[in-house]
Design a binder for this molecule. Sequence first.
Ligand code: NI
Length: 258
Amino acid sequence: MFIDTHCHLHDAKLPDTDLVVNSYLRDGVDTVINMGCCSATSIGGRDLAEKYPSVYFATGCHPSDVNTFDQKEFDIIKSLCSHPKCVAVGEIGLDYYWQPFDKEKQKKAFISQIELAKSEKLPICIHSRDATGDMLSILKDNKDKLTYGAVMHCFSGSVETAKELLKLGLYISFAGPLTFKNARSVLDVAKIVPLDKCLTETDSPFLAPHPLRGTVNEPKNVAITTAFLAKLRGIELTEFASILSKNAQTLFYKLKAK
Ligand code: NI
């Protein structure tokens, strides 16, 4: 019923993967997409996808990992794109929050992976933190390379930024922070994103939704954020979950129809 479009199953904070997978399957999550942050976690994602039918993966270098991003890393990330369960290039983007960071290196890695996604015919999963201006200008400059679509993961920006992203054809993905007691602008965004551009995710093991905030987040909790968004939009949960699953299957077209 539910799809967690962004999680990190290999993260050491999560318990044994068998337990995590069994737990989300029991709670109605039928598909998860494990993100790559470097070549090692992208390979790890592939291995999990080969082991568990419900796991798919993305391959990519996270902006906070660009210091080790070289030709060898790029070649490994690229080699995973043609795997039948590799549904996206991600997560890629810009992060000007975690110090120290090298803006130029991040931009270069981001653009090279946008180009990779186009040549491999895959959508991209974007991470953007404290980098809205540069993010928008890179996406606008590379609009013609977003042929296979893109999603802004864990969106937390303003309505204006969301509108710019929607103009570029992006999907907007909502995570646990939507449910936080102090959520403000993301609630306004969640009310205006067209239904066919909405996705939900956990970013597990991070950002557990209310009332689990502060605990280790698991993919099963995508049900909480999805239910919150369904209520906000005034749509019955089963119907809403099926709209979101269809959206995920449209963007990540290599997901098998459930
Ligand atoms: Ni992530």
